[in-house]
Ligand binder design. Structure first.
Ligand code: 6PG
Length: 288
């Protein structure tokens, strides 16, 4: 059974093309949010994602002073620790963007255990959103783990049933380190848009299990061209199967768009690496 409502899968023919597409997507969302609401609130994840965001430092026309950064999940380690998601994002690209330090919401480890850090983070997140007159993050960027987890929401974990907290502590994460904080389903689903970035062959079987494609699932243009490399991305419309055991595919924004970005390896379950002419449209002339 499929849900109503299409999701969009973008396949980058090369790593550079994928990075260019992702950077353009975020820059476009940022410019639009800043034009309409005076600020852009972006949530980042860890894992391999920071390395897919490096092209953000080249995008023009974003008023970075009006951009606010938070983390979908964070490991309870010092901010300069090699396991810190902030540290990974900071060294990959954040430290080269003129975002005021006060606009970056990092965890406060002095709060104590994971749950106390989570409560403090939730308080500061809600205060940030309230100042900007909203209850939702503009763009949530998420990864997908090989077991189908996202942020620090793992298959079968009690946190999947959380309905009240926006941020929760976890002390038994199957992916090390075990102590983390994570945004919950309610916080993630309230976002204006959710964008998954999941690359590599390990994601192909998850996408195969989760996504359905119609033979006429060609989508049209979305954005203006910003780079020639981005022309090597293809856009495929899909739907998500129901009753999947993977938390990643349970994160669907209540309103707003849901995107998946992957590379040729991640899309290798599709015929011709997902680039079949009957199913896709090159994004060069319209999308980017
Ligand atoms: C974390 C991440 C986590 C990650 C996935 C995918 O802090 O561990 O936020 O949810 O996004 O595990 O990681 P990869 O992109 O490395 O596969």
């Amino acid at each position: 059974m499929e849900i109503d409502g299409a999701v969009k899968l973008v396949v980058g023919a090369t790593t550079d093309a994928l990075k260019a597409c992702i950077a353009t997507h975020i820059a476009t969302a940022a410019r639009s949010a800043i034009a309409q609401r005076g600020r852009y609130i972006l949530a980042l994840s860890g894992g391999s994602m920071p390395h897919t965001l490096t092209r953000l430092i080249t995008v023009p026309g974003v008023d970075w002073a009006r951009v606010f950064i938070l983390f979908t999940d964070e490991r309870c380690v010092p901010l300069d620790h090699e396991d810190s998601n902030f540290n990974a994002c900071n060294s990959a690209f954040l430290n080269r963007l003129p975002i005021p330090a006060g606009n970056i919401l990092t965890i406060d480890n002095s709060q104590g255990a994971a749950e106390a850090i989570a409560q403090d983070y939730e308080k500061r997140l809600m205060a940030l959103l309230a100042v900007h007159g909203t209850l939702s993050i503009d763009t949530v960027l998420l990864g997908i783990g090989p077991d189908g987890h996202t942020a620090s929401l793992f298959p079968g974990h009690a946190l999947l049933c959380e309905t009240k907290k926006m941020v929760a502590g976890i002390t038994d994460s199957p992916k090390p380190p075990p102590e983390r904080i994570t945004l919950t389903y309610p916080a993630l689903r309230a976002a204006q848009e959710v964008v998954f970035i999941a690359v590599g062959v390990a994601k192909a079987s998850l996408f195969k299990e989760a996504l359905c494609f119609s033979t006429t699932s060609v989508d049209g243009p979305r954005e203006e061209a910003e780079s020639a490399e981005a022309a090597d991305c293809s856009l495929i419309t899909a739907t998500i199967r129901e009753n999947l055991p993977f938390p990643a595919f349970q994160v669907r924004p209540a309103s707003g768009e849901l995107w998946y970005y992957t590379d040729r390896e991640g899309a290798s379950f599709l015929p011709a690496h997902g680039l079949s002419q009957t199913q896709t449209e090159k994004m060069g002339t319209g999308f980017l």
